[in-house]
Design a protein around this ligand. Structure first.
Ligand code: ISJ
Length: 277
């Protein structure tokens, strides 16, 4: 089978935070050679590890768990230099007073779940307990001191006056480390790169071009977000403006520190190297 009929299975995170990289992707140009599978990050993480998808955005923590089999695309990520606005920990009392408490963590995440553990255990010196839960804030907060939501679940909850304190974990990471945080990376299974190098490069380049075009003029994407998710034009301009979709030395500086802390806490089994395409 030559590259043109190759079926590259590409994951697509079903949150608005990845929209800039998909918004102008030329789907029709690739026809049946590319199939898209849309899921929450944790499901895509498992699918790539199982060989059920070949490339696309996954939790950066999932790369840390499976770097032996993956390479990363330069220029593509979901990062934040400070506030991320959609990785939110909701809690009643200050973190200092609940650092040994119990926390409900969304089942949709891998990166942010472990970022929350690094923050509570390493930065606040806590010894909390964790429960993985469906991303329903009201249910999560019934019997926990805090609840972590990500993606559009977090955005929608942030629009409601819940009365809870809200900690932005991107901002918290920046406060303690001085670096930005990368929540998702664009990973490719090495076996697929070897089998379809030209097609993989065409897909990667198309993602980069979509990123450049949508960030150069985000208004169509912003108005789509208002229609499909709600919120104001200024909210979405701020949201997409606070996110960073690059993946270079600045992003690796923060991500390698995250991997080091995760390894030190036993959340990852070994140090994580950078393996670029
Ligand atoms: C910025 C975000 O990052 C997401 C968080 C992820 C995680 O915690 O595993 C994975 C993919 C990202 O798209 C978000 O959810 O809003």
């Amino acid at each position: 089978m030559n590259n043109q009929q190759a079926q590259i299975r590409v994951g697509r995170i079903n949150y608005s935070n990845v929209w800039p990289i998909f918004y102008y992707f030329p789907f029709s140009e690739f026809g049946s050679s590319v199939q898209f599978i849309e899921q929450v990050p944790s499901t895509l993480n498992r699918a790539m590890a199982a060989g059920e998808i070949d490339m696309g955005p996954i939790s950066s923590f999932a790369y840390g768990e499976n770097f032996d089999s993956y390479v990363l695309c330069p220029q593509l990520s979901v990062s934040a230099k400070n506030e991320v606005n959609s990785i939110l920990l909701f809690h009643r009392e200050p973190l200092e007073t609940i650092k040994d408490g119990n926390f409900a963590l969304t089942s949709a995440s891998a990166t942010s779940v472990n970022l929350c553990k690094i923050i509570l255990q390493k930065f606040y010196g806590g010894n909390p307990t964790y429960t993985t839960a469906a991303p329903n804030l009201e249910e999560m907060m019934k019997d926990h001191d805090g609840a972590l939501l990500i993606g559009d679940d977090a955005i929608r909850a942030s629009w409601v006056d819940t009365g809870y304190r809200v900690t932005d974990l991107g901002q918290e990471w920046k406060k303690w480390t001085g670096t930005g945080m990368t929540f998702a990376v664009w990973a490719i299974r090495e076996a697929v790169v070897r089998q379809y190098p030209e097609l993989i490069e065409r897909i990667r380049q198309a993602f980069v071009e979509s990123k450049i075009k949508s960030l150069a003029d985000p208004m169509a994407m912003v108005h789509d977000a208002q229609t499909k998710i709600g919120g104001t034009e200024s909210y979405w301009l701020h949201y997409f403006g606070d996110l960073c979709y690059d993946f270079g030395s600045e992003q690796w500086e923060g991500l390698s520190l995250y991997y080091r802390y995760a390894w030190e806490l036993g959340l990852l089994s070994k140090p994580v190297p950078l393996k670029l395409l």
